[in-house]
Each structure stands twice: as structure tokens, then as C-alpha cells.
Design a protein around this ligand. Structure first.
Ligand code: ADP
Length: 639
């Protein structure tokens, strides 16, 4: 090996911080480092397979991709080797000196500074390459990128503190050797049986062979005529695979155990909790593909940000093509993790091509249907554990799912069936639209709901007063997305979905003739007041009218049919979106003493404005001019 002078480099600050933790912590399951390094080696082979499509010369007459794990008891090293894509010198500096992996970044953001709980987190997450320092006090990486000359190899060495060294070496075979110089407390990993056990536990689903040197039992040499007392295993030159080496999704469902599905998920998603549920199917027909889709049990912290990515890996005939293939799952199901292996897509498929492909569209629709069915199964299940799973799902991802009402017209009905709401009858978010329908009063023809910024605001909304009085259930919606999502829903199972704060209340048969007559009379009687109010509040309201929807409150704001509600306007403004000018309608309660006082009031303007501002406050808004509001109130109080 010809060597040049080694150069010293410093780790990125975050890596140094991470390494400090990795090297100074006690772990409950330290062996996960092996899973992480084998998973990297397997990724490197996937990458070679992918680049090899256009560069067959990268295979260098060594087409059988594999990972090899070897033990050197004398030097106390454990080596994980692959003949995958390898690293160039620059790649070694970049990739092994900074934190690239999103999972690791996520992990870093969760660090608390408390050594003990942080150590537990590392144990659960695994932190990629750096977890090697759990077992090693020095790591040597020797690598050569496929396609580069033998003299263009690289050696990377670090003791896991602030620095690493890089030098050029000659390396005959392409790929990477990760040589772990084991710590004294990690010498157990020099035992082949133990290493095999760990590989079986964590890496059995890896689709390429993970090999170890075959050992044979050699008996102790004894003098003639005596019985041998012992012996030992000695290594041979033969390598044998110790995993099943078939990609898990290509196996038959009944050949895969629950544990294997879970372990595969953890590896795929870098999640440390088991998934809630999964669906594994081979889909045949005009488009052929295999789907293995998981529903996680916890939402990642960035699920509502633009960074949130779909967690589907795309394979074409078992060749890894890309991570985060967001064309394969609709955005409102972006929490789904999994693998799609297509038999039809070309190997050189690009993201651009994916966007246009009809096969991809079919796969995306198939995936969406499968996930919605899976959820439906959980929701309908008689089994308590399954119901519990659905609850967990809904608490974590319910608001994401609702986006589908706008996004996926074709599945709107399916999605609606999965939704659960709080209601004026029950605060828990457990009422389905079907439950609501079953509980409806005779003569009721619509599903009533109210949207607000919080559950409390929804519950105490003045719009609900009449419904409460008449004992009509109203769904309470307080998710940010509700207001927007419900814009897309006109009906469910033949029933109109009616926002009680929109348009005039029409209770149809639930309102008797007498009430209708009383309203007409009140409207007549209050005509002059209504006209005066309209004039006084001209700048703030579109219309003022008398209503019967109120019982305890003097007034409320409603939105005109087809207009944006005040909450939606607030939401859009917060998001910096342009908002069309729209004014609410003020409805007044003719039975309320304050309203009855209006006719003869001395300070008519003040009272009118106070009534308007209070109606605004009641639905979660703020008076445009709070100081003026307070002044008016105080002046009225003093009278
Ligand atoms: P991740 O693998 O999730 O990106 P790691 O910290 O484990 O994060 O690895 C960082 C990077 O180092 C990888 O993305 C890859 O580019 C490179 N790398 C690690 N192990 C290998 C390997 N065996 N062969 C080639 N590249 C590797």
C-alpha cells in the first residue's frame, strides 16, 4: 500500500457533540451498532446496483454483492466489509465528518442534555455510522469508490474525539471496510456466535448475503489410544451467508413473522417504536408491484412542515431506485412508511418521469386505497387492541388525514367514514358521522357542525344555543385544518353537512310554525333598530338581521353562504395569504334585554359597537380597536 501524508480534519460541531455522547454513555442495547453498519453496507450495495445500470464497468468483474463480517481476535477488531459503491476521499471527508442522515438530525433535535435519557435515545435510534463508537475506541475506514483507480483509495481514522485523519491508499477491491478496534468492555463481539445472533436479530431481512467465515470444529491432538478432551473452532477460507438474504417484501406473507415485519420497519424508518399496522401485498393486473406499507405509531415532529417527506422507498425489480418517493403516496398519507417494488417501471426512472407515469398513478391510488382499508379495518374491529390502535392513529395523524378531503376527491367518502369528532353530546373525539346520523332527531335532515379555534370556543359558541335548547347534537371542530377541509364536504350519506355559523339557520321540520311566526313578528318589530344598527356598523358588517338561533347571547356573527368564515380568514392571514375582503353578518337576539334596550338607548353607537365586538370575541376573534372597546364598555358601565 502506497501512502501519502495523512491530513487531519475536524468534525462538524454537531458530530463532535454526538460522538461525545456516544462514547460516554451506557446503553441498554449496545449491539445496535452492528445493525447500523450492516444497513450502511447494504445501502452501499444498493447504490452500486443502481449506478451499475449505466456503468456496468463499476462491477469490476466482481458482480456478487455481499457484506462480510470478520473477527480478528489477535488485533481485537471486528470488520464490516462490503463490495458496494465505496467512498472517494472527498466523500469520506464529507459523509463521515458531518451529519447527513435525517434520522440523526431528528435525533439531535430530541437531545435533552440529560446524559441518561440521551443515551437511551441513541440506543433506540441508532445514529448511523457513528454508533460504531459504542463498541470501538478507534475506527479505521478503508474504502475505494467503484470506478476509481486502485491507487485512489482512502483511509479514514478516528478515535471518536474532535478529529479524524484521512490519507490516500491503494485498495485492490472496491467498496468499504469498517474496522472497529473494540473497547475493552466490548470484546464480547469477538465471539462469532454472538455476532451471528445479533445479525439474525436485526438484519435478517437485508436482501443481500451477510457472510461470515465458516468455522469447523477441530479436535485437540491427542496421543494414540487416548480420548480427545476438547478442541476448538477454527476458521476456514469459506464464507457462508448467515441471513436469509431475500428482501423481506419479496417473501410470502406467511413466511414472515410479526417480529421480522417490525424489525424491517424500524430499519426502514429509523423509528424505534413498533408500527401500528402494516399491509403487505403483491398487486397483479395491468400494473404489477409489491407494496409493504406501515402506519407508524407516532407522528414525526415535522409532519406539518414543508420538510415532511413521504417515507416510501421505490425499488424496481428489487433494485433500489430512490428514497422518499412522494409520487407513490398522496400527500395526506405522508406519514406512511414502506417499500414499493415495481415490475413495470424502467430502471432509469427519474423523479420527473415518476410524475408523469401512468403506472405510478395506479400505484399511488392502490397505496392510498390499501391504507384507507387498513385504517377502516382497525376502526371497525371488534378487537379492543385494534380499536386502541385506531385511537392512537387518529390522535397522531387525524388532522393530516383530513387534508385528504380536499386533496383526494375520489376517496372523500372513505375518509369521511374514518373521521371522528367531539360533539355537543360528548367532548371526546370519538363520534363518527355514522354515529351522529344514528343519534339524529326525527325530522332532522342535516349534520350540524361548528368550527372554532379551540374545543372550548366551539362548545360555548353562541351559534349553538338554539341547538342546545332543542337538544340537537352539533359536531365541534377545532382542528386548524377543519375549516378548510370542510369546505370540500357538502354531504355525507345523503345528509347535508351544515356549518351552523354559515348562512341562515334552517332547522327545517325541527322548527315549528309558531317559532317561525315569532321570528317574522320580531323582524317586523325590530326593523327600525336593525336599520339603525346597519347604519352604525356599516364599516364592519355586511348585514344585520334578527335571529332565533340565540338564547343567552345578545348577538352572533355568521358568514354569508359561500363566503370565508372569520377563522379561515384569520388562518389565511397568519399564513401570509391574500384574503378577499369579506364582512360578517351580525344577527341579534330579540329576546335579549341588551338588544331590547337598543331602541331607546342614549349611547346607541357605543352599545351597537360593544354588541358587535362581543360577538367577535365569542367566536375567537379580537376587536379591531381593543382600546376603543374598553372605553365604550367603561363608559356604559359608569352610566
Ligand atoms: P446515513 O447512512 O443514514 O446517511 P450514516 O451516518 O450512517 O448516515 O452514514 C453517513 C454517510 O456515509 C452515508 O450516507 C454514506 O454516504 C456514507 N457511508 C457510510 N457507510 C458507508 C459504506 N459502507 N459504503 C459507502 N458509503 C458509506
Amino acid at each position: 500500500m502506497s501512502e501519502q501524508n495523512a491530513q487531519k480534519h475536524s468534525f462538524q460541531a454537531e458530530v463532535a457533540q454526538l460522538l461525545h455522547l456516544v462514547t460516554h454513555s451506557l446503553y441498554s442495547n449496545p449491539e445496535i451498532f452492528l445493525r447500523e453498519l450492516i444497513s450502511n453496507a447494504s445501502d452501499a450495495c444498493d447504490k452500486l446496483r443502481f449506478e451499475g445500470i449505466n456503468h456496468p464497468e463499476y462491477y469490476e468483474n466482481d458482480p456478487n454483492l455481499h457484506v462480510r463480517v470478520s473477527i480478528d481476535k489477535e488485533h481485537k477488531t471486528l470488520t464490516i466489509s462490503d463490495n458496494g459503491i465505496g467512498l472517494s476521499q472527498q466523500e469520506a471527508i464529507d459523509n463521515l465528518g458531518t451529519i447527513a442522515k435525517s434520522g440523526t438530525k431528528d435525533f439531535m433535535s430530541k437531545l435533552t442534555g440529560d446524559q441518561k435519557s440521551d443515551a437511551q435515545l441513541i440506543g433506540q435510534f441508532g445514529v448511523g455510522f457513528y454508533s460504531g463508537f459504542i463498541a470501538a475506541d478507534k475506527i479505521t475506514v478503508e474504502s475505494r469508490r467503484a470506478g476509481l483507480a486502485e491507487s485512489e483509495g482512502v483511509r479514514w481514522i478516528s478515535g471518536g474525539t474532535g478529529e479524524f485523519e484521512v490519507e490516500q491508499i491503494t485498495k485492490a477491491s472496491r467498496g468499504t471496510d469498517i474496522i472497529l478496534h473494540l473497547r475493552d468492555d466490548a470484546l464480547g463481539y469477538l465471539e462469532a456466535y454472538k455476532v451471528k445472533q445479533i445479525i439474525n436479530k436485526y438484519s435478517d431481512h437485508i436482501s443481500l448475503p451477510i457472510e461470515m467465515q465458516k468455522e469447523v470444529w477441530q479436535e485437540e491432538e491427542v496421543a494414540e489410544g487416548e480420548e480427545p478432551q476438547g478442541g476448538q473452532y477454527v476458521k476456514t477460507d469459506e464464507w457462508e451467508a448467515i441471513n436469509s438474504a431475500s428482501a423481506l417484501w419479496t417473501r410470502n406473507k406467511n413466511e414472515v413473522t410479526e417480529e421480522q415485519y417490525i424489525e424491517f420497519y424500524k430499519n426502514l424508518s429509523h423509528d424505534f417504536e413498533a408500527p401500528l399496522a402494516w399491509a403487505h401485498n403483491r398487486v397483479e393486473g395491468s400494473t404489477e408491484y409489491t407494496q409493504l406499507l406501515y402506519i407508524p405509531s407516532k407522528a414525526p415532529s415535522n409532519i406539518f412542515t414543508r420538510e415532511a417527506k413521504a417515507g416510501i422507498k421505490l425499488y424496481v425489480k428489487r433494485v433500489f431506485i430512490m428514497d422518499d418517493a412522494d409520487n407513490l403516496i398522496p400527500n395526506y398519507l405522508r406519514f406512511v412508511q414502506g417499500v414499493v417494488d415495481s415490475a413495470d417501471l424502467p430502471l432509469n426512472v427519474s423523479r420527473e418521469l415518476l410524475q408523469e407515469s401512468r403506472d405510478v398513478k395506479t400505484i399511488r391510488e392502490g397505496n392510498a386505497r390499501r391504507i384507507l382499508n387498513l385504517l377502516d379495518g382497525l376502526a371497525k374491529s371488534e378487537d379492543e387492541a385494534e380499536q386502541e390502535k385506531f385511537k392512537t392513529f387518529y390522535a397522531e395523524f387525524g388532522s393530516v388525514l383530513k387534508e385528504g378531503l380536499g386533496e383526494d376527491q375520489g376517496n372523500r367518502e372513505r375518509i369521511l367514514k374514518l373521521l371522528r369528532f367531539a360533539s355537543s353530546v360528548n367532548d371526546d373525539v370519538t363520534t363518527s358521522l355514522a354515529d351522529y346520523k344514528a343519534r339524529m332527531k326525527e325530522g332532522q335532515k342535516a349534520i350540524y357542525y361548528v368550527t372554532a379555534d379551540s374545543l372550548n370556543a366551539a362548545k360555548n359558541s353562541p351559534q349553538l344555543e338554539l341547538f342546545k335548547k332543542k337538544g340537537i347534537e352539533v359536531l365541534l371542530m377545532s382542528d386548524r385544518v377543519d375549516e378548510w377541509a370542510m369546505e370540500f364536504v357538502n354531504e355525507f350519506d345523503g345528509l347535508v353537512m351544515q356549518n351552523v355559523a354559515k348562512g341562515a339557520v334552517d332547522l327545517g321540520d325541527l322548527q315549528d310554525a309558531e317559532e317561525k311566526k315569532a321570528l317574522e313578528e320580531a323582524a317586523e318589530q325590530f326593523k327600525p333598530v336593525v336599520e339603525k344598527l346597519s347604519e352604525a356598523l356599516k364599516a364592519k358588517t355586511k348585514e344585520v338581521r334578527v335571529t332565533t338561533r340565540l338564547v343567552d347571547s345578545p348577538a352572533c356573527l355568521v358568514t354569508g353562504e359561500g363566503e370565508l368564515s372569520p377563522q379561515l380568514v384569520r388562518m389565511l392571514k397568519q399564513a401570509g395569504q391574500p384574503v378577499p375582503e369579506s364582512k360578517p353578518i351580525l344577527e341579534i337576539n330579540p329576546e335579549h334585554p341588551l338588544v331590547q334596550k337598543l331602541a331607546g338607548a342614549e349611547q346607541f353607537d357605543d352599545l351597537a359597537n360593544v354588541i358587535f365586538d362581543q360577538a367577535l370575541i365569542a367566536e375567537g376573534g379580537l376587536p379591531e380597536d381593543p382600546t376603543a372597546y374598553i372605553k365604550r364598555i367603561n363608559s356604559l358601565l359608569l352610566k
